[in-house]
Write a protein that binds this ligand. Structure first.
Ligand SMILES: [Fe+2]
Length: 253
């Protein structure tokens, strides 16, 4: 959508007064039209899940604010199509089964029957995507807190080594899935992967733990912008991690 603003020019009529009998009128310039570009993308706050308790995480930024690392079209499509779809399917299951609307998503994931494929897909897709979008912010100089930095150094050697391990792990994950930084049952930081929309909260996860952040490595997360350049996407999305939020979560556990 484009908005056209009419900018009112100051009209100045110059009148030359060489003498009172010989007035010269100067032509008035036409008002100047300036085109202002508005957002080409939907306001994320206008995207709502269908009736039910599970809502989309609210973004603090516009879809285009994550560019150039993740462009507006990629963010809008991912959020308004994929996350919304999982939220709607999950709300439908909640309604059909007459579950309490106060049920927390974490409780559903911790207790779900892993053979319930539809619930597994919907609940996992909803939780995983909400966490993913929640932890993204426009590129900045944010770094992990001192406490989280110490833990990262302890478990991975350095922040750079940690970053490289995340990117390598995610790059090596075949097919659709997620890469996670979790706090495992021993209280250690650990990088793990899950397939499809599974996550480390589920009963049959190979390594269980509390997720701190995740990276979506489904093709839909990057293909519009990066096509098959998965590693480039991983480097760019890593730069968008909101370390303030992730550090606070780590320190609250
Ligand atoms: Fe996704």
């Amino acid at each position: 959508m484009r908005i056209y603003l009419l900018v009112t020019s100051f009209f100045i009529l110059f009148i030359s007064c060489k003498n009172n009998d010989n007035l010269v009128e100067v032509q008035i310039p036409e008002p100047e039209i300036i085109e202002e570009k508005a957002s080409n993308f939907t306001n994320s706050n206008e995207i709502k899940s269908e009736t039910g308790p599970f809502e989309l995480v609210q973004l603090k930024y516009k879809f285009e604010d994550y560019a150039p690392n993740l462009d507006g079209r990629t963010m809008e499509t991912h959020y308004s199509k994929h996350l919304l779809s999982y939220a709607n399917k999950l709300n439908k299951i909640v309604a059909e089964n007459k579950w309490s609307k106060k049920t927390k998503i974490e409780d559903i994931l911790l207790n779900l029957d892993v053979n319930n494929i539809e619930l597994r897909k919907s609940a996992g897709g909803y939780y995983n995507h909400n966490l993913f979008f929640e932890n993204l912010a426009p590129k900045s100089d944010l770094k992990p807190s001192d406490t989280l930095t110490m833990a990262i150094d302890k478990h991975f050697g350095s922040f750079d080594a940690f970053k490289q391990k995340i990117i390598t792990t995610a790059s090596n994950l075949e097919g659709s899935g997620w890469t996670w930084l979790i706090l495992n049952k021993k209280g250690d930081l650990e990088i793990v992967t899950t397939i499809n929309n599974d996550n480390p909260l589920m009963k049959d996860a190979l390594i269980k733990g509390t997720p701190l952040f995740n990276i979506d490595t489904w093709e839909h997360a990057y293909y519009l912008q990066f096509q098959n350049r998965k590693v480039e996407y991983l480097k760019k999305v890593f730069e968008l991690l909101n370390w303030d939020l992730i550090s606070k979560k780590y320190e609250s556990l």
